[in-house]
Design a protein around this ligand. Structure first.
Ligand SMILES: [Zn+2]
Ligand SMILES: [Zn+2]
Length: 119
């Protein structure tokens, strides 16, 4: 079962993103928040897609939010950990630290666990 996170920033960025995959597609689907410099937004992309693209502008220049270039200060707490070691060779982890915001380009974006549950 998947869950969701919200990405918020003082500049007004506020997006809810699904994480992971459902019961039937967890081998091929793993949603995760990504940075799209084209849309200046946090977007939801399937990291297990061979051609990972932004769902809005279709660019492939998106960066998953577990990339070190997007992380500022690492938080003490893990907001979400998604086990895709088999598929991706790494676990996807988001902490409650600061991340680069695609809208204002400051290290002030934060992730919180969302309320949406889906499968
Ligand atoms: Zn985009
Ligand atoms: Zn911002």
């Amino acid at each position: 079962m998947g869950s969701s996170v919200t990405a918020t920033c003082p500049c007004g960025q506020n997006t809810e993103i699904m994480i992971g995959g459902g019961m039937n597609n967890f081998m091929t689907t793993c949603y995760f928040p990504c940075f799209c410099g084209n849309c200046n937004a946090v977007v939801e992309a399937n990291l297990l897609d061979r051609q990972m693209t932004c769902p809005h502008c279709k660019t492939n220049k998106i960066i998953p939010y577990d990339d070190p270039t997007l992380a500022g200060e690492t938080g003490k707490n893990v907001v979400i950990r998604w086990n895709v070691e088999k598929q991706l060779g790494r676990d996807l982890i988001l902490t409650d630290g600061n991340y680069r915001c695609p809208q204002c380009d400051q290290m002030t974006l934060r992730f919180m666990i969302g309320y949406l549950l889906w499968d």
